[in-house]
Ligand binder design. Structure first.
Ligand SMILES: Cc1cc2nc3c(=O)[nH]c(=O)nc-3n(C[C@H](O)[C@H](O)[C@H](O)COP(=O)(O)OP(=O)(O)OC[C@H]3O[C@@H](n4cnc5c(N)ncnc54)[C@H](O)[C@@H]3O)c2cc1C
Length: 468
């Protein structure tokens, strides 16, 4: 790599870095942008696994189509014709309660209509209307029990097992659902907040969102998205692989980036990296602004792929999640060949079961055959699996899932203070303001806007839908 100077240098070619580059190109095509990537391929946590006609995912299986930034990105990647969707309205999910798979409605309020919880517990939910907001930073478990009653804890657990592989007695509500917490504090109650928001929208004659969103992937799996975004950049020499960045130096008019293949100078520097990779780089670059945390916890999972013939009675839908109180080996499983076509050969079905997470990191030490055996035994108690699996594989993703626990809100405030102090340093990526792909594309677009307009946008916390 020749020593050179760029308008923008982006570190990391995961979805955050690649979307930042795509949004920058969309807004200001004449900007000189360079992306530096440590590994030899794009995508970071995103990767698709193909073997013997089965297609599975190392990381994300999809993202909901209710995010404008992600929809725009699909257009910029030219992937509109390769989209595979599974609408939440048509593909049910299950929660494991009392060792049985119970079909759950997709919206939290609909849970109240179903016979999943007793009547007394349903009435308790209304206590939200007069319960004062808890002070400080309660955990998701404390907050849910306080506002809606302990009967809803297994459902909260299922939501945060499905998204964070996390522990609701450690995840902080202010960190994982800042929009809902703000609604609660402003209105004194979540239910009242939702009603007021709907009333305001009706007054402003805003068209209500139609129906439930759809889970989105691509015909060739999730890897298609980063690969397509990266191809154009790499062809023009705007993306360099095998070029890990090891230090950053502040200069009068920008930054100097020291990487494996040499140095680069840039006006704007974007760290599109997981929080735990950004923190040591920032510690070296900004010694006068120490981070309140040295690192944040991460949850690791393994994905166990099981292929079955048609005799397996896998219930129709997305899959299931098992709250911790059920004490099961498997956190949950995706019924992948139901969700998207082409995930298993003809006459076969594919299940992707999740193991480990924040509660059970030691289970990841098991050998592949022991893990497969334990998952098969566990699933066999929940559904009719007449024959043993005809295909098995254990995927052990390298990326951990950032856990937004104690100290996270202080960390986010610190990131904001960096943005105020350094108009040409931009932090986005896995664990900064959320962990999902839609969170990453939203943050990437904010970074691109900030670079193009030099504006530091207002940090407004959005109320995200809760889907199971
Ligand atoms: C197991 C798992 C399941 C998930 N499931 C879902 C899901 O179903 N839906 C969903 O929406 N989200 C899901 N996610 C989250 C989603 O994958 C992330 O939001 C997203 O991929 C993060 O992208 P990123 O670019 O910010 O970070 P990363 O994907 O981590 O990319 C960072 C990139 O930076 C590179 N890099 C690291 N250090 C350096 C360095 N020093 N110099 C240069 N380059 C460097 C890395 O090699 C990597 O390519 C899941 C994540 C995991 C791990």
């Amino acid at each position: 790599m020749k020593p050179s100077s760029y308008d923008v240098c982006i570190i990391g070619a995961g979805i955050s870095g690649l979307s930042t580059a795509a949004f920058l190109h969309q807004q200001q095509p004449d900007l000189q942008v360079l992306v530096l990537e440590k590994s030899l391929q794009p995508g970071g946590a995103i990767g698709t696994y193909n073997e013997s006609g089965y297609q599975a995912e190392w990381g994300p299986h999809g993202f909901l189509d209710n995010c404008e930034e992600s929809r725009t990105l699909i257009g910029l990647a030219g992937l509109e014709r390769d989209i595979a969707t599974a609408p939440l309205g048509a593909f049910v999910r299950y929660v494991c309660l009392d060792a049985k798979l119970r079909c759950i409605p997709q919206k939290p309020l609909q849970i109240l209509k179903e016979p999943l919880i007793p009547w007394g517990a349903k009435l308790r939910v209304l206590a939200d209307l007069w319960k004062k907001p808890l002070a400080g930073e309660p955990t998701v478990a404390q907050w849910t029990a306080h506002r809606f009653g302990a009967a809803l804890l297994p459902f909260a657990d299922a939501v945060f097992t499905g998204t964070y592989a996390g522990d609701i007695s450690r995840l902080k509500i202010d960190a994982v659902m800042p929009g809902v917490r703000e609604l609660e504090k402003q209105n004194g109650s979540v239910i009242r907040g939702v009603i007021n928001t709907m009333r305001d929208a009706a007054r402003q004659k805003k068209t209500p969102k139609k129906g439930l969103p759809a889970m989105t992937s691509f015909t060739g799996g999730m890897a298609m998205l980063p690969q397509r975004l990266a191809t154009g950049l790499a062809a023009k020499g705007h993306l360099v692989y095998g070029n890990g960045v090891h230090s950053l130096v502040r200069e009068t008019a920008g930054w100097r980036v020291l990487a494996e293949q040499g140095e680069v100078s840039c006006r704007h520097l974007v760290l599109a990296l997981p929080v735990n990779i950004s923190l040591p780089l920032l510690a070296g670059a900004l010694p006068t602004m120490p981070s309140p945390l040295a690192a944040i916890p991460e949850a690791r999972i393994a994905t166990v792929l099981l292929g079955f013939d048609d005799s397996a009675r896998i219930p129709f839908g997305f899959g299931y999640l098992a709250p911790e109180q059920e004490q099961r080996f498997t956190l949950g499983a995706l019924f992948s060949s139901h969700m998207f076509p082409g995930r298993a050969p003809a006459g076969r079905q594919l299940l992707e079961a999740l193991v480990g997470g924040r509660h059970h990191p030691r289970r990841l030490d098991l050998a592949d055959d022991q893990m497969i055996e334990s998952v098969y035994r566990d699933l066999g108690q929940l559904m009719e699996l007449r024959e043993p699996p005809c295909f098995t594989k254990v995927l052990r993703p390298r990326s951990g899932i950032p856990q937004l626990e104690e100290g996270y809100t202080a960390l986010l405030a610190w990131r904001n203070s960096i943005h105020v102090a350094h108009a040409n340093l931009h932090l986005c990526g896995f664990g900064w303001k959320g962990i999902g792909i839609n969170d990453m594309t939203k943050e990437a677009r904010k970074v691109a806007l900030r670079i193009c307009t030099q504006a530091l946008g207002q940090e407004k916390n959005e109320v995200k839908g809760v889907y199971f």
